[in-house]
Ligand binder design. Structure first.
Ligand code: KG4
Ligand code: ZN
Length: 335
């Protein structure tokens, strides 16, 4: 029996969750700052830290209350310590350290991307490694070979913008607001995805890396050219053509990764895994592969996924002491 209180504050969601034995979520409380950052068109790090400070204790109390668990019944505290906005991470890490010290229970440091991958274990109770996983979010785009619950190999990653960042920037150019991913996803349904042919970026050396900054610039150029020629832009066509390009590239590389690793299972994770076009692309091309993805609430930032990942870290005694610090950058396969 392991009852874990998990805390997540790496970006613009303050979240806490109580998770039993890794996969049973007793509560999953998320306080989002989206409304505040919307007016700036993206997350303002300093504002995010301050808002986390205001919310953190309330969110933790609510998670315990909804789970019907007293803090004295907890066995572990798990917390996202990397990667992310350092000031935002520090709020969660400090709260977790205080609770670990006061309650006299071990502290489990969790890598945010490992957390995103683990959301699949909550959604699919029988899923076990090995598998390949595309983790695509606002800050990361990785193809990861998940050898075991705490063993990872990065097979490809973005060399510039993350996939979600590209969605957000294109949405901004089209005047759709923040966060752009869901807005592009829904607007694209009214567009013709073959209207504009954007070039797919592939690296010649067989690398499974991504580059999304080129397509972002191509969209900006397309809009500027139309403006200069006093032509009306069909925003739905632009959104659909952009989305098709990005989703095809992600699925191309993901299927290639599964082939190279001789894996029968493929997972999606991270905020961009909510995308309906991405899911459709994978479903249509999956062949004999088994495909898994979390429900949308577990794709975007949450603490349940941190509790799940933390459980598996605890099984291999990955604990931290009170010197644990927040780290803005850290590879997923860190030792
Ligand atoms: O995983 P997440 O909540 O936070 C990070 O760790 O970054 O991901 C947020 C990102 C944002 O860039 C957002 O635009 C994108 O996920 N996103 C989507 C969709 N829903 C959220 N992108 C494409 N289509 C969606 N439906
Ligand atoms: Zn995330």
């Amino acid at each position: 029996m392991a009852l874990i209180l998990a805390i997540e504050s790496s970006c613009d969601e303050t979240a806490a969750s109580v998770v039993r034995n890794g996969r049973e979520v007793l509560s999953n409380v998320i306080s989002t700052q989206i409304e505040i950052h919307k007016k700036f068109g993206g997350v303002v790090p300093e504002v995010a830290s301050r808002k986390h400070l205001e919310a953190i204790n309330l969110v933790i109390d609510e998670a315990l209350e909804k789970a019907g668990v007293s803090k004295y019944e907890l066995d572990y505290i798990a917390v996202t310590f990397a990667p992310g906005l350092v000031g935002a991470l520090l709020v969660g890490v400090s709260a977790a350290k205080a609770l670990s010290l006061a309650l006299g229970i071990p502290l489990i440091p969790v890598h945010h991307i490992r957390g995103h991958i683990s959301a699949n274990f909550i959604e699919h109770p029988n899923l076990e490694p090995p598998f390949v996983c595309l983790v695509a979010s606002g800050g990361h785009s990785h193809i990861v070979y998940v050898k075991d619950y705490t063993e990872f190999e990065v097979l490809g990653q973005t060399r510039d913008d993350a996939a979600g960042e590209a969605f957000d920037k294109v949405a901004r150019v089209l005047g759709l607001g923040y966060p752009g991913g869901p807005k592009i996803d829904s607007l694209a349904k009214d567009g013709n995805e073959n209207a504009i042919s954007f070039k797919k970026v592939k690296f010649p050396d067989g690398s499974l890396d991504f580059s999304f900054s080129g397509i972002k610039t191509a969209v900006i150029n397309h809009c500027h050219n139309a403006e200069q020629n006093a032509e009306e832009i069909n925003k739905a066509d632009v959104a659909a053509s952009f989305q098709k390009n990005v989703c095809e590239v992600m699925v191309d590389n993901l299927l290639e990764a599964a082939k190279r690793k001789n894996c029968s299972k493929i997972c999606l994770a991270g905020g961009v895994a909510c995308n309906s076009r991405l899911r459709k692309e994978l479903e249509e091309r999956k062949g004999d592969y088994k495909v898994y993805y979390p429900s949308p609430i577990l794709c975007t930032d949450n603490a349940a996924m941190i509790g799940c990942s933390g459980y598996y870290e605890s099984l291999v005694s990955n604990f931290a002491d009170l010197s644990l610090n927040a780290m803005p950058y850290l590879e997923i396969d860190f030792k």
